[in-house]
Design a protein around this ligand. Structure first.
Ligand code: 13P
Ligand code: SF4
Length: 433
């Protein structure tokens, strides 16, 4: 099976344009090199997120800027980049560990020492305290988490600084602090007779270190898509309600599966007073949902599931809980990237799977498990455009920098922020079902 990158490169620009609405890719711009998007369309702004699923999302101004990749890396072909990456890895030996998220392109994943979900990769970093450099082929919040959990003398490197996460950027520290102030004014700060706080903040791993620190400071906790229900239980034991950010879908899908009704889950719109809710709605709430979403998982629809069921009777539909609620309800199962991987690994040979998550991961699973039929629910090739920013050219650039003693693109979380964020992460690690 060809990699997503190769499949996109093989389409001519014209084919890509024509197939935008049908089968093909969601954006012909994907065929360009990612460095072409590191030059902002408005000079004083951070680069836009395109191309791809989050083409419509604009990176906030606070997004760190990636300088333009030196021309020698832009012009190098696949074989040359591969040889340079391998040579740099060889030269660095045990001084280096490369982590690769499931959503990375094959051309990058093949160089990773560990491949996994965001939580597994954060833990993988801990298993190599001897490595001077942790090169994180993933997105910005993952590199921040690795920096928080790793030793201070280890450098965490993100090969392309423009690899953010558009969902994580939908909740910024000021907007969450403003929301919190309004909630404290409404609910007060005193616990009830059972000792439960009025509200507990819960942030998804896909958020900035500043928000993890906010949770650490305010009795809150971090969750991932694999432990969201356990974390919500932890929070309900300590609080009358939860403020969940940034992903409304993970919050809603998880709380609904735990028996929380939809009218007890108002949405917080940061542009409106009380988030656009009445005082009573907030007082009656169990989970207040932030208005965030993932541009990749938002693309999956109930129609796609119906089509898959019509074409492949008996198909098992598994989706990620970042998908909208009607999609999760129509699927057979929902779970984190690691849940999806394990479900496929454990299935009887000859099972057909329609999967609702990022295309690089789905295609890799299809190649790894040829005894099954595995396809992505979305017929359009639309990788996570921010994960896709990690091109082998950037990987070669940071690795050759390390060989030359130049640490490029180091991600550093301020010690004060890191200390509070670590508290929220450790609460998550200690929470048990
Ligand atoms: P994982 O936590 O499963 O790695 O997922 C991260 C992510 O960005 C999903 O869209
Ligand atoms: Fe963020 Fe969605 Fe990409 Fe995951 S898939 S990194 S949530 S934009």
């Amino acid at each position: 099976m060809t990699s997503i990158n190769t499949a996109i490169q093989l389409m001519t620009r014209e084919d890509a344009e024509q197939s935008r609405a049908g089968e093909g890719t969601c954006s012909p711009d994907l065929a360009k090199g990612p460095w072409e998007f590191d030059i902002p369309t408005v000079p004083e702004r951070a680069p836009d997120y395109g191309p791809g699923a989050s083409l419509q999302d604009l990176a906030p101004v606070s997004t760190p800027r990636q300088g333009v990749l030196p021309e020698e890396y832009q012009l190098a072909g696949d074989a040359e980049l591969e040889a340079r990456i391998l040579a740099a890895k060889e030269a660095l030996g045990d001084r280096l560990v490369i982590l690769g998220h499931f959503y990375q392109r094959d051309e990058v994943v093949k160089h990773a020492d560990f491949v996994g979900d965001s939580f597994q990769l954060a833990n993988a970093a801990l298993t190599r305290p001897d490595a001077e450099a942790i090169v994180f082929c993933g997105v910005h919040f993952m590199a921040e988490t690795a920096d928080i959990l790793s030793r201070p003398d280890q450098s965490v490197i993100l090969p392309n600084l423009a690899a953010g996460c558009s969902m994580a950027d939908m909740a910024d520290a000021d907007s969450v602090a403003d929301c919190w102030e309004q909630l404290e004014e409404l609910f007060g700060t005193e616990p009830d007779d059972g000792g439960r706080q009025p509200v507990i903040p819960v942030t998804y791993m896909n958020s900035s270190a500043a928000l993890k620190a906010f949770c650490g400071r305010n009795g809150g906790i971090v969750c991932t898509s694999s432990n969201a229900a356990t974390v919500l239980e932890w929070a309900f034991e300590r609080g009358q309600r939860v403020l969940f950010f940034p992903d409304q879908h993970l919050g809603r899908n998880t709380a609904k599966a735990m028996g929380v009704s939809l009218d007890e889950m108002p949405m917080w719109n940061l542009r409106k007073v009380l988030g656009g809710n009445t005082e009573q709605e907030l007082l009656d709430s169990r989970v207040i949902l932030w208005h965030g979403f993932c541009s990749v998982h938002k693309r999956f629809t109930v129609n796609q599931i119906e089509k898959a069921r019509a074409e492949f009777p008996g198909v098992r539909v598994i989706v990620h809980p970042e998908c909208p609620m009607p999609v999760v309800d129509a699927a057979d199962e929902a779970g984190s990237t690691d849940y999806i991987r394990k479900a496929i690994a454990a299935a009887e040979p000859g099972t057909t799977f329609a999967v609702g998550t990022e295309i690089n991961m789905v295609n890799r699973l299809a190649a790894e498990y040829p005894e099954h039929t595995i396809f992505c629910l979305d017929p359009v090739i639309c990788p996570c455009s921010t994960m896709y920013r990690i091109h082998p050219g950037y990987l070669a650039w940071v690795l050759e920098g390390l060989v030359a003693g130049d640490v490029r693109n180091r991600i550093t979380v301020e010690p004060e922020v890191a200390a509070h964020a670590r508290v929220a992460l450790e609460r998550m690690l200690a929470a048990r079902p």
